[in-house]
Ligand binder design. Structure first.
Ligand code: ACO
Length: 275
């Protein structure tokens, strides 16, 4: 059971400290950053709005990525309250709070720049020096589903519900989610999920590869902690090099990938056995 100081936080062996280098404005962005040694936990923290995200949230995520302490090796994304995230804050579509800068797309170049900046909130999670882990419970809708997809690994509670809602709202998923979704489930399944905007429950998510680890709801924090411990047990240089290799494997020819393996191994051999 948590006490007044730990309530609402993931249970960790050591109570996480607020990051010394935490960027300003995270509270307003609906985010919290806790750093405990090599593990940074980013909490989507607007439970009363089911962790709906605003432009400030995505800018805040990008700022966290830029300011992460160099010794952080695992980044956990989680949601406070009943849901991981209900996606974009729908209030922004009608000029509500946090919607400043909302564009109708009439300025194509400006809109392109605007969306690219928001996408930066997601793309850093693929950096090779960290492993990003989505800890998903409850609803992961739209931008929330895409945030889980942006992570390297998804640990999913049995009450999780994924839904790619954007097409049902007349939009496309544009927060980097289409590529990992297709890579994980294939084009046919991705089309079926997106164009029906149907909800995928946790069992199915595990079956089709959206969840690497499926656990009971009350075991989610412990499962994430165990995973983080296992990830941290691996040599950091080997972890980064392997992540680089694995993420480029799908794009490379076999020859290119073999060459990449040789290059990375030369670096490893020098570090592990070199004088
Ligand atoms: N944006 C703004 N407010 C939201 C959002 C959202 N995306 N989701 C929930 N809220 C608010 C609700 O309006 C409600 O506010 P209120 O207490 O002032 O009435 C509060 O959060 C709680 O929501 P409930 O609907 O009462 O919670 P419940 O647990 O029953 O349902 C659910 C959760 C399923 C997530 C539901 O709120 C929902 O369907 N939300 C909208 C999801 C959505 O369409 N998101 C956009 C996807 S597209 C994209 O992300 C680009």
């Amino acid at each position: 059971m948590g006490d007044a100081t730990t309530a609402g936080r993931p249970e960790t062996a050591t109570v996480p400290e607020a990051a010394e280098s935490a960027p300003p404005g995270l509270d307003e962005a609906g985010l919290r950053l806790d750093v405990a040694g090599a593990v940074a936990t980013v909490t989507l923290n607007r439970p009363e709005r089911r962790n709906a995200m605003t432009f400030a949230t995505w800018r805040g995520l990008a700022a966290i990525g830029r300011s992460l302490p160099a010794d952080v090796r695992v980044v956990v994304l989680r949601g406070e309250g009943p849901s991981f995230s209900a996606g974009i804050d729908l209030g922004m579509f009608s000029g509500g709070g946090g919607g400043e800068g909302f564009t109708d797309g009439s300025d194509a170049e400006g809109t392109d720049r605007f969306i690219a900046e928001l996408q930066e909130g997601y793309t850093w999670l693929r950096r090779p020096d960290i492993v990003s882990v989505a800890s998903v419970h409850g609803h992961a809708i739209g931008a929330g589903f895409q945030l889980a997809l942006a992570c390297d690994i998804r640990v999913v509670a049995e009450d999780a519900k994924f839904c790619m809602k954007e097409p049902a709202l007349g939009l496309v998923p544009d927060l980097t989610g289409t590529k990992p979704l297709v890579e994980i489930v294939g084009v046919g399944r991705a089309l079926e999920l997106c164009l029906t905007a149907r909800t995928v429950l946790a069992d199915e998510a595990a079956r089709i590869g959206l969840a690497e680890i499926l656990v009971p709801r009350d075991g989610l924090d412990a499962a994430v902690r165990d995973l983080a411990d296992a990830l941290l047990a691996v040599n950091p240089g080997a972890a980064a090099a392997t992540k680089r290799l694995l993420w480029q494997a799908a794009e490379n020819t076999l020859d290119e990938q073999c060459a990449a393996e040789r290059r990375e191994q030369i670096g490893r051999l020098r570090e592990v056995f070199g004088s």
